[in-house]
Write a protein that binds this ligand. Structure first.
Ligand code: MIC
Ligand code: SF4
Length: 647
């Protein structure tokens, strides 16, 4: 039997486990990336683990999330990151250089390599053929120290692309179609491999839009083959020597195959409040729009901004709309400045935002009360924009540009009737390359580590107690995202200060949660969370586990838990548990006291866990999906004590 692309890469990187369905495998990681919002904690943990330098082929520390700098905290954190990078042999990408995923794609990602990033959109690099995965900062810290990164051996879904996109339809519409098919739940343990003749009609940045937003389906990662198109992109980036061909064998087998005929696709939109809530633009057109923002790691490439600039040439932003663009990187910004696209955007009335995450994570450009915001980003969770009452619609740059002109959600194909032709954007043969905003480890001498007053040490958990007993402090429904658990936006600046950040756990769900947890927490009394399907969707932020841990949460019992959050819970010694019978969820109320009297014996023996609901005088069982290694991690109280024990 032939091999698919993932198998080819895994075969070269597997250092623990076997390539068998549902088995846990440990992979050697070639490259890592961190961003500042998750990076400070990752490096604090790296320091705690006592490594003397990074052991990867390449590790990059990007500053792109917390660049708003209201108060001293962000800049202090950047200085900490810069000093850590210089000490441990990490490339430092200064604020202003761009969003980690866009910059990594341009300058460092390589076909056939493994990449682990402390950000859930790390699979963006799958567009160039890298096996790129998102993880919590602690997992990345371990990988930087040379340790394996563990995943479930993936069930690979092949997405066969046929034909060619019609004018006004682009890569975002493809991935929204994928989301419509796969939805955002039920895909844990899967990976998406793109293939078929339609692939060659997509450039690397377009492929990266698709692999980027694959994260929203919950798959481990997504990948494209590395072909002549990939080579062209690498030539344009001056990295042709790093190109290798990567393709599946003709007789490769897959868990499942999906076919998408590109020529049949229409402009798509993800409606509030979930990226899986996909509709055709035609079905929602006419909704009045208050804000349009183009950017984020999904759609901020030279191609994306150039097409918007062409569409808007000679037009002015509709008077009801505030319009912003955030170029994905300094390279993109310089290129649109040179090509004249920036001028057309400025003339159209666009507000030029920093080359950073900004609006996407809700730390700037928040929409007004009850506003409709049309964005080219990848997440539209409730409150994500910084405004709880806002409605976020996720669309392609083409749809966004059309709506800038009309002031309402508009199918871009309708622009033809206004005399606007679909602009053809050709990528230049050579991109503008300027690496001067990176600080390479070879430059200058090692710095002393700088720690501002906002940086507190990384808290540790204690080994798993033999009995878990405590109150259900919160019962939530389905699709609770890490944005619900641990809001970002204005709270982002506390990422390196866990006691402070913990004050905001579940802020938009039940703001009394932290206070109640701290009041209840005792050595032998624990806090428990009960949840529905796909708990922990979305970001890789380990604070969604770390801060609940700080508040004394010892177990999450859910109908299902998403991959990265499951790993983060484990890493911080919180038991990720799943109902055996989903009906038992209905029998629990917030405030009930639950007891798991034999937790350690049951875990060790691989048995289901017995839970007594002392309030309701009921008993039920729950299950877990934990390898022997993961059980050891949880018994030790998390990955930090587990790894420290082994060094
Ligand atoms: C996001 O898009 O939600 C973030 C902000 O980039 C997160 C990381 C974080 O919370 O710092 C992610 O995607 O992992
Ligand atoms: Fe930044 Fe948004 Fe991309 Fe997250 S999704 S990395 S916040 S641009």
């Amino acid at each position: 039997m032939g091999e698919n692309i993932f198998d080819k890469i895994i075969e070269k990187h597997i250092i623990d486990g076997r390539m068998e369905n549902l088995g846990e495998i440990g992979l050697k990681i070639d490259q890592t990336l961190t961003q500042d919002a998750t990076g400070t904690m990752a490096y604090l943990q790296f320091e705690t683990l006592g490594f003397s330098e990074v052991k990867t082929e390449l590790s990059v520390s990007y500053v792109d999330h917390n660049t708003i700098q209201v108060g001293f905290e962000n800049f202090d954190d950047h200085k900490y990151l810069k000093s850590v990078a210089s000490k441990y042999g990490i490339i430092y990408s200064r604020a202003g250089n761009g969003i980690c995923h866009q910059v990594h794609l341009e300058r460092f990602a390589r076909p056939g390599k493994t990449l682990l990033g402390s950000d859930s959109h790390t699979p963006t690099a799958g567009g160039i053929g890298s096996m790129a995965m998102g993880a919590g900062g602690l997992d990345v810290a371990v990988a930087m120290g040379g340790g394996p990164f563990y995943i479930t051996y993936p069930k690979v879904i092949k997405v066969n692309l046929k034909g060619k996109l019609k004018p006004w339809v682009s890569a975002k519409d493809i991935v929204l179609k994928v989301l419509e098919i796969l939805t955002t739940k039920g895909n844990v343990g899967c990976a998406l491999e793109y293939g078929g003749e339609g692939v060659r009609n997509l450039t690397v940045p377009e492929r990266a839009t698709i692999t980027n937003m694959g994260a929203e389906t919950g798959v481990t990662t997504s990948i494209f083959p590395s072909d002549e198109v990939t080579k062209e992109f690498m030539i344009a980036e001056g990295r042709e020597d790093q190109w290798v061909e990567l393709k599946a064998d003709p007789d490769a087998e897959y868990e499942r195959e999906i076919e998408i005929d590109l020529s049949e696709l229409e402009p798509m939109v993800a409606c509030p409040h979930n990226p899986g809530n996909v509709k055709k633009v035609k079905n929602v057109e006419g909704i009045k729009v208050d804000q349009v923002v183009i950017g984020s790691c999904t759609n901020s490439s030279f191609r994306d901004l150039s097409i918007v600039a062409e569409i808007l040439k000679g037009k002015i932003t509709h008077k009801a709309i505030e319009f912003g663009i955030a170029p994905g990187s300094r390279q993109v910004l310089e290129m649109i400045a040179k090509s004249g696209a920036l001028e057309s955007l400025v003339k159209s009335g666009a507000r030029i935002l920093e080359s950073a995450c900004g609006f996407c994570i809700g730390n700037s450009f928040a929409p007004g009360t009850n506003s409709v915001s049309l964005r080219t980003s990848n997440r539209n969770f409730l409150g994500r924009s910084g405004t709880k009452s806002a409605q976020l619609f996720l669309v392609s740059p083409e749809t966004a540009a059309a709506s800038v002109i009309t002031g309402k959600i508009t199918d871009p194909r309708d622009l033809e009737s206004m005399g606007i032709k679909y602009p053809e954007i050709k990528l230049p043969k050579k991109f503008f390359i300027d690496d001067s905003m990176f600080i390479f480890p070879s430059q200058g001498k090692k710095e002393e580590i700088f720690r501002g007053p906002n940086i507190k040490s990384a808290p540790k958990n204690t080994p798993l107690p033999s009995v878990i007993k405590g109150e259900v402090m919160l019962k939530v429904g389905d699709l609770i995202t890490t944005d619900h658990i641990m809001p970002a936006g204005a709270r982002l600046k506390y990422r390196s200060n866990v006691p402070k950040y913990a004050e905001f756990v579940f802020e938009n769900v039940d703001s009394t949660f932290p206070e109640r947890c701290l009041a209840n927490k005792q050595e032998d009394i624990h806090n428990i969370i009960v949840a529905g399907l796909s708990y922990g969707q979305g970001s890789s932020r380990e604070h969604a586990a770390l801060c609940p841990m700080y508040l004394g949460v010892k177990a999450v019992i859910a109908k299902s838990i998403e991959r990265i959050h499951h790993a983060n819970l484990l890493n911080f010694g919180i038991l990720p548990l799943v109902f055996k019978n989903e009906e038992d969820y209905n029998e629990i109320e917030q405030g009930d006291t639950l007891e798991m009297p034999n937790i350690i014996e049951e875990l060790k023996a691989g048995k289901d866990i017995t839970v007594k609901n002392l309030t309701k005088n009921r008993e039920f069982t729950i299950k877990y999906a934990l390898s022997t290694r993961q059980k050891d991690v949880i018994l030790s109280g998390g990955l930090l004590p587990y790894t420290a024990k082994r060094r």
